[in-house]
Design a protein around this ligand. Sequence first.
Ligand code: FES
Ligand SMILES: [Fe+2]
Length: 416
Amino acid sequence: MAEAEPAPTPAPEPGSGSTPEPRPRRLSPGRTDWSTWPVYERAALGLRNFWYPVAWSEDLREAKPIPVTLLGERVALVRDAGKAYALHDRCPHRGVPLSLGSQQFPGTISCPYHGWTYRLPDGVMCAAITDGPESPITGKVRVRTYPVEERLGLVWVFAGDLDAKPPPVEEDIPEELLGRPLSIGGRIQPGRAGNWRYAAENGFDEGHAKYLHRDSLWAMFRQLPVWNDTKVTRSPDNRWVIRKQQSVHWEDTFPGLGPWSQARWWKVVRTAPTPRAARSVDPVIASLDLPAKASVRLPYILRIAYPRFIHYEWAVPEDADHHRYVQVLVSFTEGLSAQLFRMAYLGYIRWAFHGQFTGQDAWMVDVMNIPPERLYRPDASVIEWRKLVEEQHRETGPAPPRRRARATGGPASPAG
Ligand code: FES
Ligand SMILES: [Fe+2]
């Protein structure tokens, strides 16, 4: 287990004097002590050349474009004749969002201001309505389009470099979710505060759940351990980092302080180290033979496997300080069982787990401020995640210039 990364000398904390100072901006260029992981360090705006889930398919309706921010770029999702499209959400004429526009001709979207009209498949401006059919600018302007797919009831956008050839979307979806019946519940929360890396690290962070969430509704009747001895390892295909529990300590004594535990008369101890080891396990989940409950892969897909369902989450980067938090709960059921799962999701799980429980995470992701940082033994999980990014990112070409991206606006360079 990694004891700790070499600790940098902490910068003097602003606000240590008598006058409160404004909160420091996060990830300021002077704080470079993530340099052990250079790709990760400069990925403030996300990892490019991956597919990201950004919206529910059922929410993307004809004539109702959806604006999303993705890796520092504004994107308009549009549905036309049943098919989803994605365009850069900025009219080149005067910078008005195309997502505010409407459809005047089949297969196009027209900007609400002067009616410049863009073809959905390739973004070419095919009519400037207010300059007539012979307008000389027609065909000379184009907005960027993005590859879009729909799977699992979600709209996926490939956030890639301009010249990148997207892999099939299935490449970026956990394979157990493809080609079998399943039932899904979930939440998508845009504009969640905090850089996407904070959310990712929180999701896979070994140490926090048993303490931060100890009084959550989701854990109300379960005793959480004091601490675990955890081995961080990889899946056989090397795509996932996995947290394997070696031993679980339900109570312990701290020298000079005394005993501490979360034992309460109304809480039960559940000891299964893997979902498969539980007393009642869904046959599909058992067949996956997951070596542990928690695993993570790029571009940040967290998988938490319970015996009857699996939680997946994405922290889709928006800008340097916000992400779109996508939580999906999957049950490998159909028919009546799927309906019961949906009822349980809507009646309780969505509220207790995808609401209050992960709301505690949102609180931490919002208030944390790194680097600098001082890591401890359970942070081996965080370190291995950062290593995975260094190994499996899809960045191409030289490192982009180190400048901070604007919160909104057009295509922007990743910033450190
Ligand atoms: S700003 Fe879009 S047409 Fe003028
Ligand atoms: Fe958490």
